[in-house]
Design a protein around this ligand. Sequence first.
Ligand code: SF4
Length: 349
Amino acid sequence: MCQRVLDGHRIGLGEALCLYHEADLTSLGALAHEVRLRLHPQPLVTYVVDRNINYTNVCLSGCKFCAFFRAPGQDGGYVLDKETLRQKIQETLDLGGTQILLQGGLHPDLDLSFYEEMLRFMKTEFPGLHIHGFSPPEIVHFSEISGLSIVKVLERLIAAGLDSIPGGGAEILVDRVREQLSPRKCSAQAWLEVMETAHRLGLKTTATMMFGHIETIEERLTHILRIRDLQDRTGGFTAFIPWPFQPRNTAIDVLPASGAEYLRTLAISRILLDNIPNIQASWVTQGPKIAQVALYFGANDFGSTMIEENVVAATGVSHRLSVEEIRRFIEEAGFEARQRLMDYTLVES
Ligand code: SF4
């Protein structure tokens, strides 16, 4: 089976399960690294300088794994005003940032014009800014609130300044899991439909996977294969970002995935997703030392500098790195560090 991967053959669910369970960790990592080198022969590892801005934490979804949201009417709920938004963006640009990752809870009272106005404000104030915004559950929520189709919502957001879509809210794209973890959030099919529609409208997006909670390994691999199937049809995903669930402060009582389980999952992702160019290491959840090892388990990207990050931080996991530290961790692992844009174009250094 390993020879089939090395020869460039695609493997399916049965073979992937066998590889996941039976290959020893270092062999699996070496295989993933081979696949990475086939796609990216140059010893480069990229990163993006950006900031997460969570425009609201008010959310009617109440996902069991989320330590970030406040229910409508609960103390501590907020919606950012324009001045705060402006300051956060200016700070990002002052630090060499190129984009904003804009995400929020599913607010029950804000209508589509609020989001259009927010995008227009950001683009008017900061014309060169790349807005990577609104994960599929938010787009589905906007569609429900406005009574408009997904395609119409996306067309309006694009017209207002949306540049690309982050792959959040995917968790595990299997409805048995979603019904238990986040019954009020969109289905697996709806998540995929938003991404397919976005790709057909010309937007690039990423895909994520939050794993290590109630899913089986078969469901985890099924998630990866669903992403691969969609990518075969559209080619719109730039990157895949698997990250382990962080259980503290949430309603799910499991132990966090170990470093070995993270690396095994990362490696199998690289091996299966032969049609997605980039795989990100998650230093935000794993810390920079495991993220360095991840660069030999299939990852070719160190993700974002995360000048601000609130969702993982709400679980008590808080790793912080400056651009200089990110570059040092990449270079000491044996690679050249290069800043990139959302579409993986390299920034001239
Ligand atoms: S994960 Fe997102 S949708 Fe779910 S409760 Fe948290 S903010 Fe809401």
